[in-house]
Design a protein around this ligand. Structure first.
Ligand SMILES: Nc1ncnc2c1ncn2[C@@H]1O[C@H](COP(=O)(O)OP(=O)(O)OP(=O)(O)O)[C@@H](O)[C@H]1O
Ligand SMILES: [Mg+2]
Length: 369
């Protein structure tokens, strides 16, 4: 039975291990983050306490600790380090430096980032991922809320924490928290074996959102979003934001390929392309060729409506004309009155056909005077 958030919060002790809880900073799928005081080291830290209902069995807990230990092996300026991990009064927690900044999700809600700044952030994330991948660690959950940004720095948080993909996104009341919008197709399929290319995809989605203001696949309906991730071609970012240069458009589309083997083979390759772009150098490699029908959707729709209406009008006029004057070889549109046009179509002769209607009209008027 899922615990309510109030109930869970009330059970959090004031002191966890050597950390004095100060205030709640935020809540994610996996746990609740608090600002805390490290009483031994005399520093401010962030402590993330696992939600109990997500760590129900010893196997999950062992896995959590194992993976935290693995991620402690990382040492990179763009990786938010894990300072400590432990369990106290049934609270499983890990400790990180407290970041005086914002996460990218909060930033994107308030402002639009410039193209160079977006690329710079993506490049820093790619450097963090490159370090992790070389150590055999896959992030698996690259998304704006896991990217912390200060005035000077970009940090990637929550590295390599395995979690049941969907359980992790359920709040304690069992409702869906966040969206699977950043999830790669192979994760959406629930494949057991996920490799580093899943992170490449998620970084591609994050960069897409920074540049366009929205993710390519969105829906309030979970199964619909999964369906889009698996089968739909994303709208090229350049179509959403025409200011995006072709080279950057190609980098994103390459990262967003459905099949992992069609993406960049490793994150260094993607980082290199972003670096070249940031330096104003030509982006190497094959630009991703795509033909996006959606681009012409409206044009095709209007052309179709126009052709159908024209045909319909033609047949209606022809039908009424035949009814009134009997069938003719040439269609009669306007029969009554000295209409210039009607001469041309009603009584076709070489003379009328090759003369301009206005000339005929003027000529007639002249002769009748
Ligand atoms: N080290 C930190 N310093 C300051 N704030 C942090 C730190 N770590 C996390 N936060 C903030 O705490 C909030 C919750 O983070 P959390 O990681 O639990 O959520 P999430 O990233 O949305 O979900 P998920 O569980 O999928 O990672 C976020 O707003 C985040 O910015
Ligand atoms: Mg997080």
């Amino acid at each position: 039975m899922p615990d309510s958030i109030e109930n869970f919060l009330s059970k959090i002790p004031q002191k966890i291990g050597q950390y004095e809880v100060v205030e709640k900073i935020g809540e994610g799928g996996m746990g609740i983050v608090f600002r805390a005081m490290d009483t031994l080291e005399k520093r401010v830290v962030a402590i993330k306490v696992l939600k109990r209902n997500l760590a129900p069995n010893t196997e999950a807990i062992q896995r959590f600790h194992r993976e935290i230990q693995m991620s402690q092996a990382m040492n990179h300026p763009n990786v938010l380090p894990i300072l400590d991990v432990g369990v106290d009064q049934e609270c499983h927690y890990y400790v990180m430096p407290f970041i005086e900044g914002k996460n990218l999700e909060e930033i994107l809600k308030k402002e639009k980032l410039t193209i160079p700044l977006s690329c710079h952030i993506a490049f820093q994330v790619a450097l963090a991922l490159s370090h992790a991948h070389k150590k055999g660690i896959i992030h698996r959950d690259i998304k704006p809320s896991n990217i912390m940004i200060t005035e000077q720095h970009v940090y990637v948080a929550d590295f390599g924490l395995a979690r049941p993909e969907w359980a992790a996104r359920l709040t304690m009341t069992g409702t869906l928290l966040g969206t699977p919008a950043y999830m790669s197709p192979e994760q959406a399929l629930g494949l057991a074996y996920i490799d580093h290319r899943a992170d490449i995809y998620s970084l591609g989605i994050t960069l897409y959102e920074m540049l366009t203001g929205s993710v390519p696949f969105r829906s309030a309906n979970l199964s619909h979003i999964l369906e889009q991730i698996l089968y739909e071609t994303p709208l090229p970012p350049k179509i959403v934001n025409p200011g995006i240069p072709d080279s950057l458009n190609s980098i994103i589309l390459k990262a967003l390929q459905k099949k992992p083997q069609d993406r960049y083979s490793d994150i260094d390759e993607m980082a290199e392309q972003l670096r070249l772009y940031l330096r104003g150098l030509p982006v190497l490699g094959e630009p991703t060729k795509f033909f996006y029908w959606g681009k012409y959707k409206n044009l095709l729709r209007y052309a179709g409506i126009f052709i159908i209406s024209a045909l319909l009008s033609f047949f209606l006029c022809y039908f009424f004309s035949c009814k009134r004057h009997g069938p003719k070889i040439f269609p009669v549109f306007f029969h009554e009155g000295p209409n210039t046009f009607s001469y041309v179509v009603s009584y076709p002769s070489s003379e009328f056909i090759f003369k301009k209607p206005m000339e005929i009209f003027l000529e007639e008027n002249k002769s009748s005077k």
